[in-house]
Design a binder for this molecule. Structure first.
Ligand SMILES: Cc1ncc(COP(=O)(O)O)c(C=O)c1O
Length: 481
């Protein structure tokens, strides 16, 4: 018996194995993966049957209505039971009919790398908790800054929890860079909701975010932006930031980045580009031209847990000039004392809003190296082709109406009902969800309910798309009798 094993008076081990016990970990992983397989087989589709009440009941039963019992049970047994329940009740992004959200099926190598990060449990709030991990992050940021068109020797950035946090950082830096006054943020009416919520979190007033109109293709109108910014200036307000979107959540549309940048510059505003979705196009030589002008941004949000096939979270925040991160600088003795820094120990605190921070950069580094730009670009192209195919099928279907040609991997369309199309589309989507048949997205546009396929599964086939559209039409017909 190792002297490190603590026992209670009855000789029962009190401290379960820690992550350095790789043999125990391997056994637990075997148990967990086999339970995931059983749970997935039990589910048999993209989503469990039965809707929210039935699935919540399954979870409560597995927990015996008590997530924290007084005494524990064999860890392998608990892991097996609960992993099976989680998998059986999962929305499965690897299933081709799970096509609603920017929720990608992660690459197996990325999941394995994520596990390595969990095993080693590095924390990027200080170098002495993450010596190699902090350099992995620096290298990842340099490579992605270069990909975005920035000069990596000047640029800076950090790995984030996702687009929401990256957008918050962009707005925070914009606010701090702006002259004092009533700060205004200009974003298209299709910008992600996190822009408005972040402005609120930053203490801006409720009118701070000005909606700029878009054209029918969902792109910000630069002339309307000019008018809105000029009007704000006339009212004595401070145009602090313009947020352009490269890949809107609803349509995948990309604002005219060059023209928007020109207007933003003219008014001295910070330009943040939310490329959380569309940033993935940088990997594809075919689609990369869609992002022309990206490097004109002061800051950029990218999400590799969307068009990057990494497990959540894998957000990235980039700044054109690393000195722009200065407002985040923080000095605390327990994490980055000045004398440590003078002695050559990197200070990590001034990059992020978070303190404890997992080494998400590691799985990004593994996937970037493993697939390379071309490998990732091929996945982007594949999903784009699937979207183009789906749109062509929709356009030819007598009961379906296409909103617009897909820009990235999103197809927006509606089932044309004999009665109220909006109501039928809303209900048919829920009908598919509750039957566990398909996870289809929804977009409310021009006051009507539309359906949305966000195609991020490069292994899906054209036959899968045909069958998914057939299932949608069948659900529509059942609802529209
Ligand atoms: C355009 C855009 N920006 C930001 C976000 C927020 O990203 P996250 O969910 O990673 O915080 C999303 C989410 O879908 C998005 O579509």
């Amino acid at each position: 018996m190792s002297e490190r094993v603590l026992q209670d008076s009855a000789g029962v081990e009190m401290v379960p194995p820690l992550s350095d016990d790789l043999d125990s970990l391997a056994c637990l992983l075997d148990v967990a993966l086999s339970a995931v397989g059983s749970g997935r087989d039990e589910r048999g589709g993209p989503l469990p049957l039965g809707g929210p009440v039935a699935i919540a009941d399954d979870v409560r039963r597995a927990l015996v209505n008590q997530a924290l019992p007084a005494t524990g049970t064999d860890p392998a047994l608990v892991l097996a039971q609960l992993s099976r329940i989680l998998a059986a009740g999962a929305a499965d992004p690897t299933h081709p009919f799970c096509a609603a959200h920017l929720h990608c099926p992660p690459l197996a190598v990325g999941v394995a790398a994520d596990l390595v990060a969990a095993v080693l449990n590095q924390s990027l709030d200080s170098w002495d908790q993450a010596p190699a991990a902090s350099e992995f992050e620096r290298q990842v940021i340099d490579s992605l800054a270069h990909l975005a068109g920035y000069d990596p020797s000047v640029a800076g950035g950090v790995v984030t929890s996702g687009g929401t946090e990256s957008n918050l950082m962009g707005l925070l830096l914009a606010r701090d860079a702006a002259a004092t006054g009533q700060a205004r943020v200009f974003a298209s009416e299709l910008a992600h909701f996190s822009v408005a919520r972040n402005a609120q979190l930053l203490g801006m007033d409720p009118q701070a975010v000005v909606d700029v109109p878009t054209d029918r293709a969902g792109r910000m109108d630069p002339d309307a932006l000019e008018v809105a910014m000029t009007a704000a200036l006339r009212r004595g307000e401070q145009p602090a930031a313009v947020v352009a979107t490269a890949g809107t959540t609803d349509l995948g549309s990309i604002d005219p980045l060059v023209d928007v940048a020109t207007v933003a510059r003219r008014h001295g505003a910070w330009l943040h580009i939310d490329a959380a979705y569309g940033g993935g196009a940088l990997f594809s030589s075919r689609l990369q031209p869609l992002l022309a002008g990206l490097a004109g941004a002061d800051s950029i949000a990218l999400d590799l847990h969307k068009l990057g096939w990494l497990p959540i979270p894998a957000g990235v925040f980039l700044v054109h000039d690393h000195t722009a991160l200065a407002p985040l600088a923080t000095r605390v003795a327990y994490l980055n004392p000045a004398d440590d820094e003078n002695a050559g120990i990197p200070s990590l605190l001034g990059r992020s809003l978070r303190t404890t921070r997992r080494a998400d950069a590691f799985k990004i580094a593994v996937c970037l190296r493993a697939l390379g730009r071309e490998g990732l670009g091929a996945l982007v192209d594949r999903c784009h082709e699937l979207a183009t195919y789906a749109a062509s099928r929709v356009a030819r279907h007598r009961r379906l109406q296409l909103w617009a040609t897909p820009v990235l991997t999103t197809v927006v369309f509606s089932y044309t009902a004999r009665t109220d199309s909006s109501a039928v589309n809303a209900v048919l989507r829920r009908r598919l969800l509750f039957a566990g048949k398909a996870v289809v997205g929804r977009a409310d546009l021009n006051g009507a309910v539309w359906l949305k396929l966000t195609l991020l599964n490069p292994q899906a086939s054209k036959t899968d798309i045909d069958r998914l559209l057939d299932a949608i039409v069948a659900a529509g017909e059942e609802e529209d009798r």
